[in-house]
Design a protein. Sequence first.
Length: 435
Amino acid sequence: MIPPGLLISAPASGTGKTTLMLGLLAAFKARGTRVQPFKCGPDYIDPGLHRAASGQFSVNLDSWAMGREMLAGLIAGAQGAELILAEGSMGLFDGVVKSGACGTGASAHVAALTGWPVVLVLDCSGQAQSAAAVALGFASMRADVRLAGVVLNKVASPRHEAMLRAGMAEVGIEVLGALPRQKDIEMPARHLGLVQAEDQGDLARILHAAGDFVAEHVDLDRLLAVAGDTGLVGATTGITPPGQRIALARDAAFSFVYPHQLDGWRAAGAEITLFSPLNDEAPDPGADICWLPGGYPELHAGTLAAADTFRAGLRDFARTRPVHGECGGYMAMGAALIDKEGTRHEMAGLLGLVTSYAKRKMHLGYRLATFAEPMPGLAAGARARGHEFHYSTILEQPDAALAHVVDANGDAVPETGSRRGNATGTFFHMIAEAA
């Protein structure tokens, strides 16, 4: 049986969603309550933090990239848990203008599809009763999105809390908790968002503090009571593995792989073997496909350039079998990577791609790709939905374009991916196959 759920959201980014989410996961775990976490939208960092706090793998849910059947199949993995907590992205109603697979990518679409009530986190700095007007607006924006209540964040004093609660009572919105200002549990950041869970040496202390903090100031029993039944059920995710035996790069430079992707590969019968380019390891010679995911190769360019066993092994692998890279993996497959200081580092050379992190520009957004050339797991003419998020600039991209790629508005983007022999790569991360 699929447990009831809640969606943790806010009016905007930076309001305290992740702090509350991690605190709730840690607090419920300390009580012995098994919670299944989810993350709305394309995000690799938060799910890793969710897992560290809850002990459970967190799964992404995205209405622009995933159809209803896929979303339902992923949610079905929550069977056996006592509660679902899904963390939203950006503001509750923030998404793209044009609908994708079954929505615009807004967290509100996930709430509407699943029936999970929303817990709205409000940054109450510099306001009192006016916060109730914000909450009321969110409560009335969509008839199919129900507000369970609010958690007041950055409350300055007991007097401030009393005024905030009075405003909420006036408009009939329940206060589920009130969090005083607290610096000790803020998460450190990096250029692509929060720092990954495995890179935070102080994470255990932060999570323990967040759990104690939230347990003290949020009514956990009331949260369990207001969770809503899950109204979206299914059994399949429809993910095609790129091969039977997959050699997957996995270390601090190559860590951006969605749990739903790995689970889908394994459910379809694929076997995954891991190797570390940073430790100068070559891909498994017994594999029939090598996959280099995204991550932070720009932070480890010197180490990768000196990893002779990795680079030679990858080139040898690509002579007879396919190698595919996404974003950071694509960069590592190229001819060279220029770091933030302007130093050029030679990469594997499977493709002619040259990228620069010295010339930084944000590339962010959903991507719909129609493949002109086949890639592992997908034939020419197939389509896939995904997202792109990086700061590196393409200096050279001389190989054949892998796909015609457009953004969420249908406008073509220059990051088409590349193909040379058995080597393929894209700057976008694939989330799901598209009809």
